[in-house]
Design a protein around this ligand. Structure first.
Ligand code: ATP
Ligand code: MG
Length: 283
């Protein structure tokens, strides 16, 4: 049994549980219990506030955690990043009143900066030789300049719309973040084997992301040309058709290249092109 700490509600909750279900781990979070075992996989979920996740992983109360890298960096516990998970993307940035002219990090000299991330901010200020006052605020940091509590802010930004709504502009990106899988490294052999199974399944999700399965009928004479257009994992699958002189060609393509390939394939005589979603690719 391996215990995984995840956010109990909030921005990472949906994506974390969806990802675990995608790798075949059944979760019964309907009752929102603090601690609950999976019905089909040897893991137990511990639902927590995201702030507490790096700490419980560091002290061994959970073997793994899913949390924003921003929280990991802020808390400073000795945990390792096992996987970057590709969701929960955001950045920690400094933002100042829109009307102010930004002159570089020295702008912050003597300023009061509101943040929920004092540790990361302190490091940035030290590295840039800036003396500023850090006002620790746990929520609604973006309203503090208008409220006269601070001159500027250091906060999470994703689209930037919150900054615009509060008459602020982003001037320095200090940290890029996304959700990460963390561990304190001290796993038993049994836990290590479970982690490796999870990583194997995550890899198959990663490979299939952005991929489409494509199949079509193609004149035999155009087959060689079509294979050049569609490089597959090993090589495309070719199946004979009942109609003489035709075959069926199957392959996997990157979604970003799909329409360009479709155009090229039609130009050499492909017909009846089907494009399907790929759920998982296991190499
Ligand atoms: P909790 O109640 O668990 O402490 P919270 O209010 O601290 O939750 P959320 O707002 O749910 O945290 O955000 C969780 C994480 O989602 C952040 O730490 C960050 O990694 C990520 N995230 C992604 N985009 C954003 C965003 N626009 N604003 C805030 N967090 C974001
Ligand atoms: Mg929190």
């Amino acid at each position: 049994m391996l215990r995984i700490a995840i956010q109990s509600k909030g921005r990472l909750y949906e994506d974390s549980t969806a990802m675990l279900r995608e790798v075949g781990i059944e979760l019964d979070d309907s009752k929102r219990k603090y601690l609950s075992k999976s019905g089909n996989f040897p893991v137990e979920m511990l639902y927590l506030r995201d702030d507490d996740i790096p700490g419980v992983v560091a002290n061994g109360s959970a073997s793994l955690g899913i949390v924003g890298y921003n929280e990991v960096a802020e808390k400073g516990y000795d945990v390792e990043i096992v996987e970057k998970l590709g969701f929960g993307g955001c950045r920690l940035s400094l933002a100042i009143p829109k009307a102010d002219e930004y002159t570089g990090p020295q702008y912050f000299e003597g300023k009061r900066i509101a943040t929920s991330y004092p540790r990361i901010l302190k490091k940035y200020l030290e590295e840039n030789g800036v003396n500023a006052t850090i006002e620790i605020i746990t929520g609604s940091v973006e309203v503090t300049p208008a409220a006269g509590i601070a001159d500027c802010i250091f906060d999470i930004v994703s689209s930037g719309s919150t900054l615009v709504a509060n008459n602020l502009k982003e001037v320095e990106v200090v940290l890029q973040s996304e959700a990460v899988l963390i561990s304190a490294g001290k796993l038993s052999d049994e836990e290590q084997a479970i982690l490796e199974e999870i990583q194997f399944r995550l890899e198959s999700l990663r490979i299939s992301r952005g991929k489409k399965y494509i199949l079509m009928n193609i004149p035999q004479a155009a087959l060689e040309e079509a294979v050049k257009i569609l490089p597959a994992m090993r090589s495309p699958t070719v199946l004979p058709l009942a109609a003489e002189g035709w075959c069926s060609l199957h392959s996997v393509v990157d979604n970003k290249d799909l329409w360009e390939k479709v155009r090229q394939l039609k130009a050499i005589g492909a017909e009846g092109i089907l494009v399907l979603n790929v759920d998982k690719i296991i190499l």
